[in-house]
Design a protein around this ligand. Structure first.
Ligand code: NAD
Length: 401
């Protein structure tokens, strides 16, 4: 069967209308795609449309979208509770239902049953195996990961994930559609847990958790250093609160299981909060008190934490991804800058600072605290041994001519 190209993708189905689903439907509709939006009941569909209307009105107020464009986008969204109606005439169906393999496999299989045979089936999963979902269909070569970032209407980045069976044509079609949506796609070449961005984030969260547990610095001291010295948009504890302590807790366990000891999480810190429903921003309390808005972290507390250690751990994880052929350094850098607002990508940062210095930082930490998190990746050691120490040498993660 002839594979679907991005030009042929005109009608799209979005399954699931939660936090992500309605925003994704809006992002497609704004760019001219016809969208069928499916939810289990009429009430959640009504709520989703109201949320889309509200979001579009914000764009109109800001002047980035005209009234006419907003109305046209809304008119392109059809809502339904029936799979036959939702996917019967689409070229691409994207599921964004709750994060459960059993549920997602069921949804994939339903889409497979009703969608035309040429249609691509994509998942917005953050942590689950795209390959395993694909196996619930009779077209695993036309299944793929299309991982959006929150809020999908605004965030520039999309991670495109190749499942074991995903065809090149499917991958290219989704990379292309992402560009047509005005986004920057990065390719995750393997269906590896955490894909690119979450994997690096959880590594630096773990580093902060270990540092705090060893009594080296307080939570506020770590966050103040990360923000005011490192130039990151949020401190690590603040960011865990922002994404949800429960989300970090679940993802960190999945990464530990998938990638081993390097990802041993400090559940002693997060589990009690999850049990007490102190989940961060969404419940008003997490590591910090969010009841009066974003926590204030005094800049005077900066300097007690060595932010270079966050960079070293991020660099190390980037090296593992390159070694395992999960991602190219360019994708890793773009992912961290566009997906999380980092001031630099870890590969370009390490190249600028010198890979020898980064390696030294890791070795120093590893000899003081012999946990796998700090154990230098063989690729990093190899680069330094070859003299590929970054910008000054003309070659590191990137090439400099
Ligand atoms: N929230 C984020 O920051 C974020 C970012 C990227 C990706 N994701 C991923 O996106 C997906 C959705 O996450 P979310 O944050 O929107 O969750 P959410 O809880 O806001 O929404 C999940 C939606 O799934 C619906 N749903 C549950 N069972 C269903 C079924 N059987 N059929 C149809 N719909 C069903 C629910 O009604 C709900 O609307 C997850 O896979 C998540 O990992 C989330």
């Amino acid at each position: 069967m002839k594979e679907t190209t991005s030009q042929e993708i005109q009608r799209v189905a979005v399954i699931g209308t939660g936090l992500m689903g309605h925003g994704i439907a809006q992002a497609f509709a704004v760019k001219g795609y016809e969208v069928n939006l499916l939810s289990r009941n009429k009430d959640s569909l009504k709520k989703a449309v109201q949320e889309i209307e509200w979001s579009l009105s914000k764009f109109v107020k800001k002047g980035t979208t005209s009234n006419g464009e907003a109305e046209a986008a809304l008119s392109r969204i059809m809502t339904t509770t029936s799979y036959g109606e939702a996917v019967g005439d689409v070229d691409l169906a994207l599921e964004s239902v709750s994060e459960s393999m059993e549920l997602k496999r069921r949804v994939f299989s339903k889409i497979d049953e009703y969608a035309p045979s040429h249609a691509i089936i994509a998942t917005n999963t953050s942590t689950l195996s795209v390959t395993e979902m694909g196996k619930a269909t009779g077209r695993s070569e036309r299944t793929v990961g299309m991982h959006w970032f929150i809020p999908p209407q605004l965030t520039q980045l999309i991670e495109v994930i190749r499942g074991k069976d995903t065809s090149n044509e499917t991958l290219n079609a989704i990379m292309d559609v992402s560009r047509k949506l005005g986004k920057t796609p990065i390719l995750c070449k393997k269906d590896a847990r955490g894909f690119i961005v979450s994997r690096i984030l959880v590594a630096v969260f773990n580093e902060a958790f270990w540092t705090y547990s060893r009594g080296e610095a307080s939570m506020e001291e770590i966050d103040a250093s990360v923000r005011y010295i490192g130039g990151f948009p949020m401190g690590w504890f603040e960011l865990v609160d922002f994404v949800g302590v429960d989300v970090e807790y679940d993802v960190s366990k999945i990464l530990h299981e998938a990638h081993g000891e390097r990802y041993r999480p400090r559940l002693e810190l997060t589990e009690p909060l999850v049990k007490e429903k102190r989940l961060g921003r969404k419940t008003g309390m997490g590591f910090y008190d969010w009841s009066k808005g974003r926590p204030s972290i005094p800049s005077e507390l900066k300097g007690m934490y060595d932010v270079e250690r966050s960079w070293a751990v991020a660099t190390n994880e980037a090296a593992w991804m390159v070694l395992e052929d999960v991602a190219e350094p360019e994708s890793i850098d773009l992912g961290m800058k566009l997906g999380t607002g980092w001031p630099s990508g870890p590969c370009e940062y390490a190249d600028n600072k010198g890979l020898d210095g980064m390696l030294h930082k890791l070795e120093e930490a590893y000899s003081r605290y012999p946990i796998e998190l700090y154990k230098p990746c063989p690729l990093l050691k190899d680069y330094v041994a070859k003299g590929w120490t970054g910008k000054k040498a003309g070659k590191g993660f990137h090439k400099y001519i």
